[in-house]
Design a binder for this molecule. Structure first.
Ligand code: SF4
Length: 233
């Protein structure tokens, strides 16, 4: 039965080293997590394929509630057909939707992509903006997508993208008590050096996909098992 984090943290203080937390501060723990996961996943970056910031925006919008693998199968044809922000903005919506029709919610996603393209074209001169405030003003772009874009396209760490994997691992690893992504992001930012914000998100996503899966986490194969309070879930 899984313990509440407050319970195991209290036990650590009173019972000493039980093979779990080993008295680390949250900052020391995150440093250790980063160090170990970087060895496992030496290239922490988005798995989405793109060659321009707007293509990453398109791919990220398409990736909501589907896999990056699926998106990467669709985007080569899409990117070959629509080669600029203006072409997305001027596209016949039914034709744009057809190019992405194997992806869930493709009608809404296509509309958001076109609406975002129009705003990027008309308000930002065809250039994807490089700051959070302007990015979240685009249709279909919330804070998570903006973080992916800032880090992936421009190397800017303005926040930490919290998707379903980051949310689950932050909880299991005892890095937050929160359930709301904005609050989880705030907690992670508070204990992680800013230069590592993008890396942390990618590393937790990789680890969440391969080892710490939602249904059957592979504790026995996990390099974090001795510093994770959830190894017995
Ligand atoms: S020990 Fe288990 S719960 Fe903790 S991070 Fe590893 S796989 Fe996930």
């Amino acid at each position: 039965m899984r313990q509440k984090k407050s319970e195991w943290m209290a036990q650590d203080k009173t019972e000493g080293d039980r093979g779990r937390e080993k008295g680390m501060t949250p900052e020391q723990k995150i440093a250790e997590i980063l160090k170990r996961l970087k060895k496992e996943y030496p290239e922490p970056r988005t798995a989405l394929r793109f060659s321009t910031p707007f293509e990453l925006l398109v791919a990220t919008i398409l990736s909501a509630q589907t896999t990056d693998v699926h998106v990467n199968k669709v985007t080569p044809g899409l990117f070959a057909k629509y080669r600029s922000v203006r072409e997305y903005a001027d596209a016949v919506i039914e034709a744009l939707q057809k190019e992405m029709s194997s992806i869930n919610f493709y009608r809404t996603k296509a509309k958001n992509i076109q609406a975002a393209a129009k705003v990027v074209q008309e308000k930002f001169g065809g250039e994807v903006p490089r700051n959070m405030e302007d990015l979240v003003s685009l249709p279909g772009v919330a804070r998570k997508t903006a973080n992916v874009l800032l880090n992936g396209a421009f190397g800017i760490n303005e926040g930490i993208a919290v998707d379903t994997h980051v949310k689950r691992l932050a909880d299991r690893l005892g890095l937050t008590e929160q359930g709301d992504p904005a609050k989880i992001e705030r907690d992670l930012m508070a204990i992680t050096p800013q230069r590592e914000w993008g890396n942390l998100s990618h590393l937790l996503i990789f680890h969440g996909r391969r080892i710490c899966t939602a249904k059957k986490p592979l504790h026995d194969r996990c390099v974090l098992s001795d510093i994770c309070p959830s190894g017995n879930i």
